[in-house]
Design a protein around this ligand. Structure first.
Ligand code: MG
Length: 284
């Protein structure tokens, strides 16, 4: 697997959808390459083939396009980001009715990432309860220990996506799980979109666990229970120049991975402008 330079600009792209509906791995990597980037994170949909055939196709597509992955991101069937109460009920490992099958799928994602030589996986775990005696909290903490141990056999990190809880809650959860390969994928826009706290202050709290980041932007929610609005990079409330400067200040050297969660030509245009902005900020 190819490597990346410090703060190399990359993109988040997906099996099948988002950058290419029903597209093959070769078509998707060609689209990524056409943006002018050569590193990124691969999001894996719940239905994606990550068995031997799927792995072989992705390995071939990534190698022939020269795209380096730093993370494989897990998404699961049944997840919905319609509004915050729906996220609580459907996303990640907190919902009890899907926990077991998602644990199984995450092990498969770890195997898939290992077959591609990728050093880490990541997921939204859902809203971590603040009460450490909550049965959901205890069950998910035990599950995270098992998953981290599984990833550790592959030499992988497991990164938790930020945003669904305040940074201090995430930090406490990480220290309570107590596994050295449990890390953070920092998404500054999510902190704003979920109303979970100022992103730069959150970075002060979680940067010792930082292994990867998203470069995404957005505006604060206008009412309780609603999301803020995702915007093109540089047009929201994150403050991209300050964000990149802060990443440099805390010693982050991984890729700057653009995430733009819309589809079609508008997404492509926004990503191209985001690349130009981040190249400037990276050099500043
Ligand atoms: Mg993100």
């Amino acid at each position: 697997m190819a490597e990346w330079e410090p703060l190399q600009v990359g993109v988040m792209f997906w099996t099948g959808g988002v950058l290419g509906v029903d597209a093959s791995p070769a078509e998707i990597t060609a689209m990524v390459k056409s943006l002018g980037v050569s590193c990124g994170q691969l999001g894996v949909h719940g239905q994606a083939d990550i068995g031997p055939d799927g792995s072989a196709a992705w390995k071939d597509a990534l190698e022939s396009s020269g795209i380096a992955l730093n993370t494989v991101f897990a998404a699961f069937d049944g997840e919905s980001y319609a509004d915050i109460p729906t996220v609580e009920k459907t996303v990640g490992y907190i919902p009890a009715n899907t926990r077991q099958e998602r644990e199984h799928r995450t092990r498969e994602i770890s195997d898939f990432a290992h077959s591609l030589g990728v050093p880490g996986i990541a997921a939204h775990i859902g809203f971590v309860p603040e009460d450490h005696g909550d049965p959901g909290y205890i069950a998910v903490r035990g599950m995270m220990r098992r998953l981290c141990d599984y990833c550790s056999v592959h030499g992988q990190t497991f990164a938790l996506e930020t945003g669904q809880e305040p940074a201090t809650v995430l930090r406490e959860f990480i220290s309570d799980v107590d596994r050295s390969n449990l890390k953070v994928n920092f998404d500054p826009a999510n902190m704003i979109l979920y109303g979970s706290g100022e992103p730069l202050a959150a970075l002060d709290v979680v940067h010792p666990w930082l292994v990867s980041v998203h470069c995404k932007d957005g505006t604060w929610p206008k009412e309780e229970g609603a999301f803020g609005e995702e915007t093109p990079l540089g047009e929201g409330d994150v403050g991209m120049a300050d964000y990149v400067a802060k990443l440099k200040a805390v010693g982050y050297t991984g890729p700057l991975t653009i995430e733009r969660e819309i589809t079609g030509e508008a997404q492509r245009g926004d990503i191209l402008r985001a690349i130009a902005l981040l190249e400037q900020l990276r050099a500043a």
